[in-house]
Write a protein that binds this ligand. Sequence first.
Ligand code: FES
Ligand SMILES: [Fe+2]
Length: 382
Amino acid sequence: MSSTFAPSIPRFDFDDNPETASTLPAATYFDPGWFELEKQHIFRRSWRYVGHVNQIPRGGDYLTDFIVDQPVLVLRCRDGSIRAYHNACKHRAHLLLTEARGSLKSKLITCPYHAWAYDEAGSLQAAPHCESIRGFERLQIALDPVKVEIILGFIFVTADPAADSLLAQIEPGVERLARHLPGLEQYRLADTVTFDIAANWKNVGDNLLECYHCHPAHRAFVDLVDMDTYVVETTGIWSWQGGICRAQNSAYALPEGLSDFEREFVTFYIWPDVAFTLFPGSRAIASFVFGATAAETTRQVFSIYTPDGELDAVTADICKYFREVLGPEDVSLVENVQKGLHSMSYSRGRFFVDPERSYFSEHAVHQLHRLVYQHLQASIHA
Ligand code: FES
Ligand SMILES: [Fe+2]
């Protein structure tokens, strides 16, 4: 009899060769014990995209987020630098900042519960009545920092103090992105489309990482992108999907006279849960975060950034296409997959990967599964 390591999952192996591999077991998409392991070994150790520097332009401006269950805050300091901390008060753990975005009312981060106040360096500066508390060492109390990396103006954080540099792991992809859209550091948030999806985060990622489903499921998309030019490249912890768009198509109106390079639709995926997408004909870039909120729920946040924070006619069309067509099409697909994953008739599937790595090839999905397996391998075989 095979032993299990999480409530409903037998120990398993994973084939490194995408052409012969089977997918991760279905239960890894809903088992709560497995999800706890993912929190520990994936989300507390990897980099999370939280926003663009121009969302916090002035000293005292901040963003907050949750890396699954870990509250974090990102603060623009008065010297212009950006720092991040765990967003939990050292007294009795109230969230220090409760809004998703805002500006400090003073030079201090003041907890709303009992008014402990921390400076930009995280040091506790005030704790009302602390003089009368025996053995209370105010100067020894400080917020725990969260590592920050800013890449082309996009802010990433990690709760792992020992995490390797993100840029060092994805640099060729970043350079490629910068060649497509110079000046991303100056960009501004123009619009956001959020979908709360009844599906596991990997399920949303799987769907993002292949275009095997594009012909059957996205009629307008395959009219927009010439699938004969579509390529999917995987390297380390990132992948690059690209294809040349047609000027005449049913998705959105593309200006005439663009070069092939200017007509390249791009999805640049970065492990574990973000991708950046370029839409030809527009100077816009979209971040696409599919953040796990629980084992079977994901918050997908599509944010569009433009050089001046405005939506021109083409970019407004793209947002409308994503909000009304492409987004809902994909949400329906992954929610129906999520239901199917519970079927007692299904355990593991096959990746559809051909030797040519054609447009329909699912090797980037295999890459995601392999990375998940690698991060949890020690727990599976402990
Ligand atoms: S929990 Fe923050 S001051 Fe008490
Ligand atoms: Fe899709």
